[in-house]
Design a protein around this ligand. Structure first.
Ligand SMILES: O=c1[nH]cc([C@@H]2O[C@H](COP(=O)(O)OP(=O)(O)OP(=O)(O)O)[C@@H](O)[C@H]2O)c(=O)[nH]1
Length: 609
């Protein structure tokens, strides 16, 4: 039984799983998919260093696995399957990619790296549609990846070896099987569990929905099957019945051109023209700004704070607490229910878990500051997007001139926004690479010290200096856990363009460089490189504007923000790597964090020639 109707779209196709993994076979067959298994012969030897991020490596390997099977099957009997699915699972820790261990020692090496730490598991998936064009195999590749975060407990050597001796690690990425004995090593999992096991079923189904957006059933039924010309193309993937790549196969009808083909056929037969698929996603996008504004307003009026303290409350009670009209408050609360931020019961409204955790103004992972900053600042900047697009980046420079009386408030607001964002990603930034060789670090522009705290927590030998402008450091006390910083963290006021940089083995630039134009980035890296001793390091964390289509959605906000901001510029991961190399940093290692939204680079200062 296929619970996801979209799986049914594949039931009439010849589907091949290009994998020897028994887990993938089990996950897909339990989802109701019917397929053949043809293990790929592709050797997993792609050059990892040539990929901008680990997930890109996993996606490419998955694609090559699937393409190898499609080509081999086509060569054998000149009839490729309709769909070939390939996947590749990797584990990343400390900037390294771990695959399946080659022997017990290798398994021990991997498990020791994971011991007591958080790591990421990426599965790259390729869904390849095949067809025959002019006697040649033609393929249409759809790729995606999924990231899951896993943390291991701290485990004794004895336990590690006992686990290795069980034999379980040997055919598993990272040397453990979370679904079996390896589950005992795991403290927590954030994200899709099946992704760790080897196949992100949920994301796969969503991709299929994108590919096979179902046409209105009635429309399809009106079409006489035998009157439609056979279509030998994969351009439109939504079919009604029959295999795709067999030239004598059945009809196809679906989104875009495919639906059009079906419609033309129907018209020729006197059937009624069918409307296009309902563009629900597009309409949601068109209205997206209203959703953001409802969220901003509810945050600003502290609706989530009120409902965190007391709930459920009726609209009139909330209106009383936030000093607003009953009618307006009721509308806003209902909008928040529709957006999944509140729940409505007979007793009244209450926060969802996400709202309490992230939208109330207190709490460790509050994003209230970020929301307020977006409402007061980003919203206005984005009204000038059209100008920025027409005239190019920096055309909207200047923007609102800030009232000096308000600048303290603005600084605090900025700090709250950055603090919320940093708290969410700091652990991932601190643990993406093994930084234990550094005993001192300096976080340039480290603001409230959120990342400094994670570094100090993760590396017990490390002392961390937060270097930031005096105006910023004036307010840091209210962001320290328990009201004071840890003993190993110090705050030093200064301007990284002018003042002498504190001495450190590792310099950290987290979300700093995008804010500056090239000449200032060179000036800063030049100063930093001059201060950093050979063997010392630089850690950069940035949102990038890479052109990888898989990351396009998460890049979008960063790319557009950089267009409307008064200074700075978006850069790709490769540009950041070049910049570090130009300033004497070598062996630049790359990792991704926060679901690929953050690009991390660790470079080592080479000895001057
Ligand atoms: O917790 C778990 N983590 C990983 C696995 C299994 O590990 C392998 C990953 O290797 P790969 O992606 O290269 O896949 P292969 O097994 O080699 O099959 P291919 O034909 O695709 O090359 C994968 O089998 C996961 O299921 C696990 O079981 N648990």
């Amino acid at each position: 039984m296929a619970l996801s109707p979209v799986i049914g779209k594949l039931l009439h196709k010849r589907v091949v799983l290009a994998s020897a993994s028994p887990r993938r076979r089990e996950i897909l067959s339990q989802a109701g998919l019917r397929f053949e298994v043809v293990p790929s012969r592709f050797k997993e030897t792609l050059d990892k260093a040539s990929f901008p991020a680990p997930y890109a490596y996993a996606m490419e390997t998955a694609k090559q696995k699937a393409l190898e099977v499609a080509a081999r099957m086509y060569q054998k009997d000149l009839r490729a399957p309709d769909v070939v699915i390939g996947a590749d699972t990797i584990v990343t820790v400390g900037g390294l990619i771990l695959e399946k261990p080659v022997d017990k020692q290798d398994a021990y090496r991997m498990l020791s790296m994971l011991n007591g730490k958080e790591h990421s598991v990426f599965t790259g998936v390729a869904i390849i549609h095949c067809c025959s064009k002019g006697g040649q195999l033609d393929t249409d590749v759809c790729q995606f990846h999924e990231e899951t975060t896993v943390r291991f407990s701290r485990l004794s050597e004895e336990l590690l070896w006992e686990y290795i001796d069980s034999g379980e690690p040997m055919d598993k990425a990272g040397g453990y099987g979370i679904q079996a004995l390896g589950g005992m090593l795991v403290e927590y999992v954030r994200g899709d569990f099946l992704n760790v096991v080897g196949f992100p079923l949920n994301h796969f189904c969503k991709k299929l929905v994108e590919l096979y957006y179902p046409p209105g059933r009635h429309d399809v039924r009106r079409v006489k099957h035998d009157s439609i010309p056979a279509v030998d193309t994969f351009e439109d993937l939504s079919d009604v019945e029959g295999g795709g790549s067999d030239p004598a196969g059945g009809i196809e009808g679906g989104p875009g051109g495919q639906a059009a083909a079906g419609t033309r056929g129907a018209e020729a037969n006197g059937a009624v023209e069918s409307p296009p698929p309902f563009p629900a996603d597009l309409l949601e996008l068109i209205d997206g700004f209203k959703a953001s504004k409802a969220l901003f307003t509810a945050c600003k009026l502290k609706v989530f704070d009120v409902l965190k303290d007391e709930a459920p409350l009726k609209a009139a009670e909330v209106a009383g607490r936030i000093d607003a009209s009953v009618c307006g408050t009721g509308r806003l609360l209902d909008a928040c229910v529709a957006l999944g931020l509140l729940e409505k019961t007979d007793g009244g409204y209450r926060n969802t878990e996400v709202a309490s955790r992230h939208l109330a103004s207190d709490g460790e992972y509050s994003l209230h500051g970020l929301v307020t900053r977006h409402d007061d600042h980003a919203w206005e900047l984005f009204t000038r997007l059209e100008v920025a697009v027409r005239q190019g980046p920096n055309a909207v420079a200047g923007g609102k001139v800030e009232d000096p009386a308000q600048s303290q408030q603005t600084t605090l607001q900025f700090m709250r926004a950055m603090h919320g964002l940093s708290k969410l990603t700091a652990r991932r930034v601190a643990t993406a690479f093994d930084l234990s060789r550094f005993t001192s670090a300096c976080d340039l522009g480290g603001c409230t010290g959120a990342l400094a705290h994670e570094l100090a927590h993760e590396y017990p030998r490390m002392r961390v200096t937060v270097f930031d402008l005096p105006d910023v450091l004036e307010h840091v006390a209210c962001f320290q856990p328990g009201g004071r910083p840890s003993e190993r963290i110090s705050f030093v006021p200064g301007d990284f363009f002018k003042d002498s940089l504190p001495e450190a083995e590792l310099y950290v630039l987290s979300r700093i460089l995008h804010d500056w134009p090239d000449d200032q980035v060179h000036a800063l890296l030049g100063r930093l490189s001059g201060r950093c001793k050979p063997g010392g390091g630089v850690l950069v964390a940035e949102e990038t504007v890479d052109e990888d289509p898989a990351a396009a959605r998460s890049n979008l906000a960063a790319a557009l923000s950089l267009l409307v901001r008064p200074r700075g510029r978006g850069r790709s991961g490769a540009e950041y790597r070049d910049l570090l190399e130009q300033h004497g940093f070598r062996d630049v290692r790359v990792a991704a964090a926060a679901g690929g939204a953050l690009h991390l680079l660790l470079g080592t200062r080479a000895s001057p020639p």
